[in-house]
Ligand binder design. Structure first.
Ligand code: HSE
Length: 296
């Protein structure tokens, strides 16, 4: 029996919530075909476009499925084919979609034996292969949908939040920012005055989400800790942000560890105008880019 799952792209961090907040997009989605086999092994079919590793231990979906097999006694395994529509390295949760999609699909073939929290645990092994560290702010929204708060990873505590009716504009400039590098440049200490602003914003953002208060969400989309360091990796970032705000964005910032940048807005019309601004900033800089207009 083969089933197909469509794991969505995700935006991690949501500006102020580094490693703790993330949301799922309606599109783009990957397509993963999964077949149950009667041998305890994982087979990854070759990917003709991105040539991702087929060794299960080096493949993000493979590593996630191996973690799942470790939790079972039966002689069963999975054969998977992944068609990537979320570009690897784009910053909208490409590796998380492979890892989360694989374990969600496998779990469906097992009649939903595992809970969502267990699936997040398995999929985090894939994220570790991709970026060297376990974090769940792409995996959790990919599995739960909507917006998720990862209150804690050890022990895992995921809080699913309602999705406010917001539109999302995303630009993916064709520059390379590796998650491991974007984490390595971060400072290990934080000034108390910045920490105070940051937790004020995170609390404001969560309150805004719960109240569907777009103005409060917009005011809270500020990052005094990560963005000042990482934005130097994205040419034109400050101008991009200013122009998006002038075009009606509520706020936004780097998607995950970049290089994609996202903006939230209240109407589809604004989201489209913002995407046009995004495109024109990178076109003028001579950087190829791709934009998406979607919703949470
Ligand atoms: N929270 C992670 C980071 C997401 O910003 O490094 C990257 O996938």
């Amino acid at each position: 029996k083969t089933i197909t799952v469509l794991p969505p792209g995700t935006v991690a961090n949501m500006v102020c919530g580094f490693d703790v907040l993330g949301f799922a997009l309606h599109e783009p989605c990957d397509e993963i075909d999964i077949t149950l086999i009667d041998e305890k092994r994982i087979i990854i079919q070759p990917d003709p476009v991105y040539h991702l590793p087929t060794d299960p231990e080096k493949n993000v979906a493979g590593a996630a499925l191996l973690a799942m097999l470790d939790a079972m006694d039966e002689p069963i395994g999975f054969d998977i084919t992944i068609r990537k529509h979320i570009k690897p390295g784009s910053g909208i949760g490409s590796s998380a979609a492979s890892a989360a999609g694989a374990v969600v699909g496998a779990n469906m073939l097992l009649n939903n034996r595992f809970s969502k929290e267990e699936l997040v645990q398995f999929a985090m092994f894939g994220e570790k292969v991709a970026s060297g560290v376990k974090h769940a702010d792409n995996i959790a929204p990919c599995i739960y949908g909507g917006i998720t708060l990862i209150r804690s990873i050890f022990p895992l505590d995921v809080v699913a939040l309602p999705a406010p009716d917001l539109f999302v504009s995303i630009v993916h400039p064709q520059i390379e920012v590796r998650t491991a590098d974007a984490r390595a440049i971060l400072k290990q200490t934080v000034l108390l005055k910045n920490a105070i602003k940051q937790w004020g914003n995170i609390a404001g953002l969560v309150a805004g989400i719960l109240k569907n208060d777009h103005a409060l969400i917009g005011r809270s989309l500020e990052d005094h800790i990560i963005e000042p360091v990482r934005s130097i990796l994205i040419p034109g970032f400050d101008e991009l942000k200013q122009r998006c705000m002038a075009a009606g964005a509520l706020g936004g910032g780097i998607s995950g560890s970049g290089p994609s940048v996202f903006m939230l807005s209240s109407t589809k019309g604004k989201a489209e105008a913002i995407a046009t601004e995004m495109q024109s900033v990178f076109n003028r800089l001579g950087i190829d880019n791709h934009t998406y207009v979607t919703s949470i």
